[in-house]
Design a protein around this ligand. Structure first.
Ligand code: ADP
Ligand code: MG
Length: 270
């Protein structure tokens, strides 16, 4: 089996360990840039989207690529999933508890602190945190004036002490979960404060139940999924993001994870 490991030109510290695990499952992986015009996608048995982290400001180009690649080979996750999942308006369709979200710059609720972010983003790009309602509104208006769908949320203090939990699944099976530190500094703009630290952690029962419920809403077969959950002030777990496109997988946290991924891939292709 020959499989494209779909990536970008930049940093990706999970590439080598993943490709090594694939080899162990008789899968020959080749790193390929998603936007390389010279690639013949039909020459691969499958293409696995991994570190395509430069798609955020070129989302239309990315979804068009996904449709093309998906027509030429087996794209994982499928193009329909990638198209749906790269716009956080999907959070409205899931029918599960999510972080309270106001989808417009008009009539912002009164909250102690605000997070304003575009529906199409990654890595907290173009995201602000502020205690100033007028500043939140002004930033929301600015993003909307660029034709972008925006999300305004209360800043959940719980991420400061309890963090965000990412539950990672391969082939529909739970692999591992990590606790991630808060990313947004106070009153920052276009910047990320998180130190990127993470630790392996067993999900609590209610977090696990939420993740299973979220994944139960997706009809397509998924090779990989990351369900990011946070807690409301009253303790209720809610979904902050469902990552079915290009999630970082925290493979360093769990020794067996790359092999489990490789096995899930081999099973899907078998
Ligand atoms: N409402 C919120 N309350 C607290 N922290 C938030 C909130 N929204 C986002 N964040 C922080 O910003 C990070 C990025 O936001 P997220 O919604 O996951 O978008 P993306 O990862 O696609 O940029 C989160 O991991 C979290 O640390
Ligand atoms: Mg996120």
């Amino acid at each position: 089996m020959k499989v494209a490991y779909v990536t970008w030109d930049g940093w990706d510290d999970e590439r080598e360990v993943m490709l090594a695990a694939w080899l162990g499952a008789d899968i020959e992986g080749a790193p390929v840039r998603w936007d390389d015009p010279h690639v013949d996608w039909s020459s691969f048995d499958a293409a696995v989207v991994r570190s395509t982290w430069d798609y955020v400001h070129r989302r239309d180009e990315f979804t068009a690529w996904a449709r093309r690649a998906g027509a030429a080979t087996r794209l994982l996750n499928p193009a329909t999933v990638l198209t749906w999942n790269t716009d956080k308006t999907y959070l409205r369709d899931l029918g599960v508890p999510i972080v309270p979200t106001h989808w417009s710059s008009i009539d912002l609720p009164v909250w102690d602190e605000y997070v304003v972010k575009p529906a199409i983003s990654a890595g907290a790009r173009d995201t602000i945190r502020t205690g100033d309602r007028q500043q939140a509104e002004a930033f929301a208006v600015e993003l909307e004036s660029q034709g972008r769908t925006i999300m305004v949320q209360p800043y959940l203090e719980t991420v400061e002490h309890e963090g965000e939990l990412s539950l990672i699944y391969f082939g529909g099976q739970f692999s591992h979960a990590v606790r991630r530190n808060a990313m947004l500094a106070h009153d920052m703009r276009d910047g990320v404060a998180g130190n990127g630290k993470f630790t392996l952690r067993d999900p609590d029962e209610d977090q696990f139940e939420l993740a299973e419920r979220v994944l139960g809403q997706v009809a397509e077969e998924l090779l990989y999924a990351r369900v990011d959950v946070v807690r409301m002030p009253d303790g209720e777990p809610v979904l902050i993001e469902l990552e079915l496109t290009e999630p970082y997988l925290y493979l360093k946290a769990e020794f067996d994870a790359p092999d489990m991924f490789a096995k899930a891939l081999a099973d899907l292709l078998g």
